[in-house]
Design a protein around this ligand. Structure first.
Ligand code: AMP
Length: 138
C-alpha cells in the first residue's frame, strides 16, 4: 500500500486556538505543547493557521501579548491536504510555499497536522534547491 500523510502526521489532539485568543495565550499554548503551530478554529471550522513565525511578526510590530489577537497575525484559509495525500508532494508544497506545517483535513474535519520535521524524520528528501537548512527547517 502507498505511503500517505496518515503515516507521518500528528493526529488525535491537534493544538487549536480561537481567532480571538490573545498573542500571549497563543504563545503559552505553543510553549506548553512544545509545537510551532496551532490551527485556528472558529465555530468548529478551520479558519487559519498561527505559527511561531506569526508570533515573530507580532513582536516585530511591538504588539502587546495581552492585547494583540491571533486573527490579526494568522494566515487565513491555509493550505490543507487530505490524509491519503502523498508525503513527498506535501514536502514539495512546504518547500515551494515556504511554510513548515499543513493541517490534514478529511472533508471538513481536522484529523491531524503534518510538519516538515515529521516528513524529515521519516527520511524523505526535500526536493528543492532553495530549502535553507537551519532557517526554514530548524
Ligand atoms: P511556518 O513556517 O509553518 O512557521 O509558517 C510560516 C508562515 O506561513 C506563517 O505566516 C504561517 O501562518 C504560514 N503558514 C504556515 N502553514 C501554512 C499553510 N499550511 N498554509 C498557508 N500558510 C501557512
Amino acid at each position: 500500500m502507498a505511503v500517505t500523510l496518515r503515516d507521518f502526521m500528528s493526529s488525535g489532539d491537534v493544538l487549536t486556538i480561537e481567532p480571538s485568543a490573545t498573542l500571549g495565550e497563543a504563545a503559552r499554548a505553543l510553549r506548553k505543547r512544545d509545537v510551532g503551530a496551532a490551527v485556528v478554529v472558529e465555530g468548529g471550522a478551520v479558519v487559519g493557521i498561527f505559527t511561531e513565525r506569526d508570533l515573530l511578526r507580532a513582536i516585530a510590530d511591538s504588539r502587546h501579548p495581552d492585547v494583540g489577537q491571533v486573527q490579526s497575525y494568522m494566515t487565513a484559509n491555509p493550505v490543507t491536504l487530505p490524509p491519503d495525500h502523498s508525503p513527498s508532494e506535501a514536502a514539495q508544497i512546504m518547500s515551494e510555499r515556504r511554510f513548515r506545517h499543513i493541517p490534514v483535513m478529511e472533508g471538513d474535519e481536522l484529523v491531524g497536522i503534518v510538519s516538515i520535521r515529521d516528513l524529515m524524520s521519516a527520511g524523505l528528501r526535500i526536493g528543492s534547491a532553495d530549502a535553507h537548512m537551519g532557517t526554514d527547517f530548524p
